[in-house]
Design a protein around this ligand. Structure first.
Ligand code: ZN
Ligand code: ZN
Length: 339
């Protein structure tokens, strides 16, 4: 066991504070990673505040959040073959899974039917709580560690491990590419990655944002078009025009109005988690054989594919770097931000 410094929420809704805890002794396939940067994801805030109690079996406190981890390998155990000391690596939302169920066998460990072990607020196979990336180091099985391309800076690469793969996976699954019209709803942490990735995949990209305030940013990131959803004209102009809409917004909205923007066989994919249930009319869906779907992060293989794709295209996240001491202030800002 080794003492590790981190930042934890002592109880739901309490501010995060310094916390000393134990990381396990490396098992034979484990990699020890010195964490250089960790992204602040909106789901960190939901979990640290106990807001996902309805989705999760339990909320485990003290909780060390953080699942957008970027760092450097400082030690490898005897049977590790994939990584060596000094490698730039990342860890995303989960650190293990059953490895044998149908989902795991399809490289879709995030949908493990037995038990995906979440990077924090989970329990490992010894029933010990897992602690995330708001800490100085982490010990992870090499099969659940990702390689970060040499040309990507570790700080801006960190959010790729959650925000990046959350957008990449549905874009790939629903075939965003040349000749496809893709809309991204929202231009926050998730949405801005969707714009960059869909553009790099050579789809025609439209941002649907509340106002035109972020239009210049959207265009800089690769959007071909930018529309304000506060303007009713937008829905007339864009009726039945998209193959794929990725919805990154968790605020309330008129879902049926957005379905009307999908063309025949178009799909809207939900990647954010709205607080309330989604009210859906059947008619807007069936008139053009439209689909409403959901997607959650990605498996290890696809996450590595996404990182390599980002390396090849020089894509990383737009970030603001803060010291961990300011994490509570950052939480207030993220929780209050419009998408
Ligand atoms: Zn996340
Ligand atoms: Zn499994």
């Amino acid at each position: 066991m080794s003492k590790t410094k981190g930042y934890a929420a002592p109880t739901a809704k309490a501010p995060l504070a310094p916390y000393l805890f134990e990381r396990r002794e490396p098992r034979e396939h484990d990699v020890v990673i010195e964490i250089k940067y960790c992204g602040v994801c909106h789901s960190d805030i939901h979990q640290a505040r106990g807001e996902w109690d309805t989705f999760l079996p339990e909320s485990i406190f003290p909780m060390v959040p953080g699942h957008e981890i970027a760092g450097v390998v400082t030690a490898v155990a005897g049977k590790v073959t994939k990584y060596k000391v000094g490698d730039k690596v990342g860890v995303g939302c989960f650190v293990d899974s059953c490895r044998t169920c149908a989902s795991c066998q399809k490289n879709l460990e995030q949908y493990c039917e037995v038990k995906a072990i979440w990077t924090y607020n989970g329990r490992d196979n010894d029933n010990v709580p897992t602690y995330g990336g708001y800490s100085e180091k982490i010990v992870v099985d090499e099969n659940y560690v990702l390689r970060i391309p040499e040309n990507l800076p570790l700080d801006a690469a960190a959010p790729l491990l959650c925000a990046g793969i959350t957008l990449y996976s549905p874009l790939k699954h629903w075939n965003a590419g040349p000749g496809k019209k893709v809309a991204i709803i929202g231009m926050g942490g998730l949405g801005h990655m969707g714009v960059k990735l869909a553009h790099a995949l050579e789809a025609e990209v439209t941002v649907l944002s509340q106002s035109l305030k972020k239009q210049a940013d959207g265009k800089r990131l690769g959007a071909d078009h930018f529309y304000a959803t506060s303007d009713p004209e937008t829905f007339t102009q864009l009726a039945s025009s998209f193959d794929l809409i990725v919805n990154t917004v968790s605020a309330d909205m008129d879902w049926n109005q957005y379905f009307s923007l999908l063309k025949l066989d178009g799909t809207m994919v939900v990647v954010g988690v709205p607080e309330k249930n989604i009210p859906v009319g059947a008619m807007p869906l069936l008139v053009r054989r439209r689909s409403l779907a959901g997607s959650a992060i990605g498996g290890i293989k696809e996450t590595q594919e996404m990182l390599d794709f980002c390396g090849k295209h020089g894509i990383a996240s737009d970030i603001e770097v803060i010291p961990i001491q300011k994490v509570n202030e950052a939480y207030e800002r993220v929780a209050g931000a419009e998408e």
